[in-house]
Design a protein around this ligand. Structure first.
Ligand SMILES: Cc1cc2nc3c(=O)[nH]c(=O)nc-3n(C[C@H](O)[C@H](O)[C@H](O)COP(=O)(O)OP(=O)(O)OC[C@H]3O[C@@H](n4cnc5c(N)ncnc54)[C@H](O)[C@@H]3O)c2cc1C
Length: 438
């Protein structure tokens, strides 16, 4: 048997755990998971007058959003961008609460072969983005049959086109050869925000006062009789009228789900869950005071050279912190070599030495490397829709047996894979549950 390594970020603790309320003994609704979807749902269910118990497997809140403290600075190990400002409920709520949101910079860095890109190169890169994005949007609209998003990319875009595909593959969670074309254009990326103090810390603040039990994994959900009965291992059982499941798709997938259903879910629901692919996106957190990249919160595209970072966010909130992102091919390479976090550190140094020169790396430190793909409560960064699986997000919005609902990033069409999408889905499911139970 292959033993999965422990996720390298697991020992890093969150910056804050707010006070939580005790659980009711027989809640109307039990919410499985205290990530963005679970927090959004619990707040909305309570506001609708229902009693709620949130059960969370981890010792902390926030799921795939968590802020830790590195060298005295708050640093997000999961979600960091508040994407899609105009439709992201966490932006609207943050503005209403007076949270310290800031708009993401529009300026980016382009480096080509160890020097800043020239105006003609920047223009060529911009054209490649526009052509590729139009081709994929049109491809999704014009062709009836779903196929890989990569197949819509026009040939002849050269190295700029390859770079565009690499970045889209990173932010999609898998190479575009494995991503549904029909699902792809649904992401609304414009108008992003960041939040001072970290996204994870913000989500934890939103959970203050909610009835959450931490360190309480649900191993089975029994819906054979009336309502639902949750198996909590050594902690016994809990009954409720209905359940909202926000565990990541990967955690529920056969053949070894960490959360079982008894009786098993209806065939189409089971197929919808199992058909998602594991998205991979990992942060290698750099502390790099003398980095050649200036300006706050800018993305850098480093082109030319054998090794290229698929994503680099520089000078986060004006600090020396940078994120070097790992995509599927890089994570796969590290895992095949069983290289772990130290392998990621070597890879970053090797890549940046090639791109900016070894002399620029003298004060580079790598204080954290994430491994969400090896974390037992996420098993990946987000769920990806492969070609032919587009119906899954909507199918999972239907209640099962009038007592089980699903929510989470995987169900969001327009904000897929994001914390804002997960929160919105939590609220949507809460409204559906309230309508059914009242
Ligand atoms: C490195 C990285 C960077 C990212 N960057 C961004 C970004 O910049 N912007 C963005 O919007 N999104 C980003 N994302 C994605 C975003 O973090 C997720 O889409 C979002 O947080 C998912 O929220 P959720 O509520 O659906 O799931 P989760 O946050 O995973 O919450 C589910 C909860 O269920 C719990 N759970 C699982 N199984 C059980 C069980 N059996 N019993 C009890 N509890 C259980 C888990 O512990 C977890 O707390 C990133 C993700 C990663 C990994």
């Amino acid at each position: 048997m292959i033993r999965m390594p422990r996720a390298a970020h697991e020992h890093l603790s969150p910056t804050g755990v707010p006070p939580l309320a005790p659980l009711p003994t027989y809640p109307d609704v039990v919410v499985i998971g205290a990530g963005a979807a679970g927090i959004g749902a619990a707040r909305r269910l309570l506001a609708r007058g229902l009693s709620v118990a949130v059960l969370e497997a981890r010792l902390r809140l926030g799921g795939r959003t968590v802020t830790t403290s590195l060298r005295g600075h708050p640093v997000d190990l999961g979600a960091h961008w508040l994407h899609a400002g105009p439709i992201n409920p966490l932006v609207a709520l943050g503005l209403a609460r007076g949270e310290p949101l800031r708009r993401a910079a529009q300026e980016n860095h382009l480096w080509v072969g160890r020097r800043p890109g020239r105006p003609a190169e920047e223009a060529a890169f911009g054209r490649a983005w526009a052509v590729a994005d139009r081709a994929m949007t049109d491809g999704a609209r014009l062709h009836g049959e779903d196929r890989a998003a990569a197949s819509a990319l026009p040939p002849g875009l050269g190295p700029w086109g390859q770079r565009v595909a690499l970045v889209h593959g990173l932010v999609s969670g898998r190479p575009l050869t494995e991503v549904s074309l029909h699902d792809f254009p649904s992401m609304e990326y414009g108008d992003n925000f960041f939040i001072a103090g970290g996204y994870g810390a913000y989500l934890a603040r939103l959970a203050a006062g909610l009835p959450v039990a931490l360190a309480t994994p649900v191993t089975a959900l029994d819906w054979a009789g009336q309502g639902v009965r949750l198996d909590l291992g050594a902690r016994g059982t809990l009954r409720a009228r209905a359940a909202l499941v926000t565990a990541p798709m990967m955690v529920m997938q056969e053949p070894a789900p960490a959360l079982r259903f008894a009786p098993d879910l209806p065939g189409p629901v089971r197929a919808a869950i199992d058909g998602f692919r594991t998205g991979i996106y990992e942060h290698v957190v750099l502390h790099w005071p003398s980095s050649p990249f200036r300006g706050r919160d800018r993305l850098a595209s480093l082109i030319g050279g054998r090794l290229q970072p698929p994503g680099l966010l520089t000078r986060v909130d004006g600090t020396p912190f940078h994120y070097f992102e790992l995509d599927v091919p890089l994570a796969r390479r590290l895992d095949a070599a069983r290289a772990g976090a130290d392998g990621a550190r070597r890879l970053v140094r090797e890549t940046l030495a090639e791109q900016v020169g070894r002399g620029c790396l003298r004060d580079l430190a790598v204080p954290a490397v994430t491994e969400w793909r090896h974390d037992p409560w996420s098993r990946g960064s987000w769920a990806v829709v492969p070609p032919g699986h587009t119906g899954a997000r909507d199918l999972l919005k239907e209640a099962v047996g009038e007592r089980i609902w699903f929510a989470g990033e995987a169900l969001s069409r327009e904000q897929w894979g994001t914390a804002g999408g997960a929160y919105a889905e939590g609220e949507r499911a809460a409204d559906a549950i309230a309508a059914a139970l009242h």
